[in-house]
Design a binder for this molecule. Structure first.
Ligand SMILES: O=P(O)(O)OC[C@H]1O[C@](O)(COP(=O)(O)O)[C@@H](O)[C@@H]1O
Ligand SMILES: [Mg+2]
Ligand SMILES: [Mg+2]
Length: 323
């Protein structure tokens, strides 16, 4: 039985990074307790608040954000944090080495119906001479991530993380420890499962429409196999399914709001999930470019996402050609 800290030490993770991951996991354990208590703790339902992206916040979006902020900003390794639920980055220790971005509660529309949600995080180094409270400190491509991962709060709580040496899974025990339960996760290259919100079909680009039409034709269509479909509406749960049994997940650009490149957020969802997927042998793309190659321009920037099993993503890419 290998505890998270022992496993990280074993993989030569620096003491500073272990200290930071410790704080992140302390926060996630607190969030897990709040989620488990649900209605008993009076934490379900919607708050009065709206975040900077115009989305109504669930009470638990705010609670989770406050927990992560308080714990991380108390950690001397943290120079600043940026969150989906904060208007601007929040500075930490001016001498701190790391920046942390997070989606405190992903899939929060699922909370009140008791379906899986998660916390997504990404760790970057803070550039020399820049405050961790400045947007500019965070304008680093996904390739610069030092570590990334998520905690899925499902029937059990699971941490899935990469520090750039493959992907590992750790399950939260009764005693409150994350214990290594799967090492060097690899996504099957070919599968027969896709995830996309079909209700947006009429808003997609013709390229995506034609790819999904072919998926739906199954063994009678040009792709020659029958596909199954899943849509949880929690990205954490979709990515966990793909890391566990393969598949492809898409939240593509659509014309509902043409000014936005997509619904999902680059810094809190796109980049950390892409790091995990690539480290597990999969691909992650906007349908035209690798997500982790994007040079961010705004902290709350959106991105179109298509990720998962290598062969399935490659097939999707064949339908999308650059002008
Ligand atoms: O409700 P839709 O349009 O299907 O969107 C679902 C997507 O939105 C998200 O819930 C966005 O996350 P938040 O709950 O953090 O806003 C993703 O997890 C999920 O993939
Ligand atoms: Mg989210
Ligand atoms: Mg969220």
């Amino acid at each position: 039985m290998l505890l998270l800290n022992q496993h990280l030490k074993h993989n030569d993770t620096s003491d500073e990074l272990i200290e930071l991951i410790d704080s992140l996991m302390l926060s996630c354990k607190e969030i897990a307790i709040k989620l488990r208590e649900g209605a008993l703790a009076g934490v379900l339902g919607t708050s009065e608040g709206v975040n900077v992206q115009g989305e109504t916040q669930k009470k638990l979006d705010i609670i989770s954000n406050d927990i992560l902020k308080a714990v991380l900003l108390d950690n001397p390794t943290v120079a600043g944090v940026a969150s989906e639920e904060e208007d601007h980055p929040v500075p930490g220790n001016p001498d701190g080495k790391y920046l942390v971005t997070f989606d405190p509660l992903d899939g929060s529309s699922n909370i009140d119906v008791n379906v899986s949600v998660g916390t997504i995080f990404s760790i970057l180094e803070c550039p020399e001479g820049v405050s961790g409270g400045d947007d500019s400190a965070f304008m680093q491509s996904g390739r610069k991530q030092v570590a990334a991962g998520y905690v899925l709060y499902g029937p059990c709580a699971v941490l899935v993380m990469t520090t750039g040496q493959g992907v590992n899974m750790y399950t939260l025990s009764h005693g409150g420890d994350f214990i290594l339960t799967e090492e060097a996760v690899k996504i099957p290259e070919q599968t027969q499962e896709f995830g996309i919100n079909m209700s947006n079909q009429r808003f997609w680009e013709p390229e995506m429409q034609s790819y999904v039409n072919d998926l739906l034709q199954g063994e009678e269509g040009p792709l020659g196999k029958r596909y199954n479909m899943r849509w949880v509406a929690s990205m954490v749960a979709e990515v966990h399914r793909i890391l566990t049994r393969g598949g492809i997940f898409m939240y593509p650009w659509d014309k509902r709001d043409p000014a936005k490149p997509g619904k999902l957020r680059l810094m809190y969802e796109g980049n950390p999930m892409s790091f995990l997927i690539e480290q597990a042998g999969g691909l992650s793309t906007t349908c035209y470019d690798d997500i982790m190659d994007i040079q961010p321009e705004k902290i709350h920037q959106r991105v179109a996402v298509g990720l998962g099993s290598k062969a399935e993503v490659e097939t999707m890419l064949k339908y999308h050609v650059k002008d």
